[in-house]
Design a binder for this molecule. Sequence first.
Ligand SMILES: C[S@@+](CC[C@H](N)C(=O)[O-])C[C@H]1O[C@@H](n2cnc3c(N)ncnc32)[C@H](O)[C@@H]1O
Length: 365
Amino acid sequence: MAMDATHVLHMNGGIGKSSYANNSSLQQKSFSLTKHIRKEAITSLYRSMLPRCLSIAELGCASGPNAFIAVSEIIKIVEKLCKEMNHKPPEYMVLMNDLPGNDFNNLFKSISSFKEKLSNELESQIGPCYFYGVPASFYGRIFPNQTLHFVHSSYSLQWLSKVPEGIENNKGNIYMSNTSPLNVLKAYYEQFQRDFSLFLKCRAEELVEGGCMVLTIVGRRSENRSSKECCYIWEVMAKALNDMVLQGIIKEENFDTFNIPSYTPSPSEVKLEVLKEGSFTINSLEVSEVKFESEKCESFNDSGYNVSQCMRAIAEPILVNHFGKAIMEELFYRYQEILNDHMSKEKTNVINVTILLTKKPYERF
Ligand SMILES: C[S@@+](CC[C@H](N)C(=O)[O-])C[C@H]1O[C@@H](n2cnc3c(N)ncnc32)[C@H](O)[C@@H]1O
């Protein structure tokens, strides 16, 4: 049976060396590239609606500093608008969503320091701000009808609800690759279409009229589904696993039955699903690019280290679920070695597809 991501997927929790909280600077960089989109969206939303309670949902929040970036920006913009308009600030309802395996405890522990930092930065008391955790898959209804004003999600919607069915012949690969049979590429795309259209349908029911969503998805520019720009990082993982099969450390059938439940769409694939679903107006669709390394790597003098740590924080739980914990040190050591070699020759970037959507008026009967 195809792996259901809901029960398996989560980022490495805690605040240790391999935690997501300490290895998500790449994802953090993309926030600055998409900030103008959130600013445009919340400014126009707040001015037109003037809600007394503004509800913001952060979907796929994980745990660590990134969970609070968009919320913090949004509150700052609204507080500034209120000053300009001489309005009393609204109350804020912040809904933090992720899958049930997420480290919500670690997330909740940082709420008070987040509020304190925000008040210090604004040099004033902000409107009351209530936080809630929502542990469930966003590929389903998770909020009541017409209750959300602003939905934000970054680096989460490339995860599928499950590994596509019927890709047993994707031998030697763990994701889409240029050696994957055509049925594999098709199955991945169709799973993305099913998941993303369900996501849009659910959010359309939960958002108020005129409510908006800013979604940043790891994707690609090319229309080629197995383009290196999105598949390379998993091809390296497949190579490391394959080397371990050849040395008898991993069983071949174990390797052959492992595939990653993810899909990196092109801007036109994202747009097509929005148009087909029909509940949203597309206000903007942008592509940006982040270099896959961090400042830290200069001191380690090997660029593969940070990428490997970042991928470990993301993929370790899913790999442990299939291969067991015992091989993880060895696997990520090999992964890093292959990356070092590659990154000394070629740039390794991540492509972001960011879309701003506004909920169309409800049809009245
Ligand atoms: C790479 S992290 C991104 C975290 C954070 N938004 C950031 O930008 O750093 C992706 C997160 O999406 C969550 N996720 C994946 N599929 C999900 C789903 N169906 N429902 C809710 N969360 C999901 C994962 O558990 C993970 O915490």
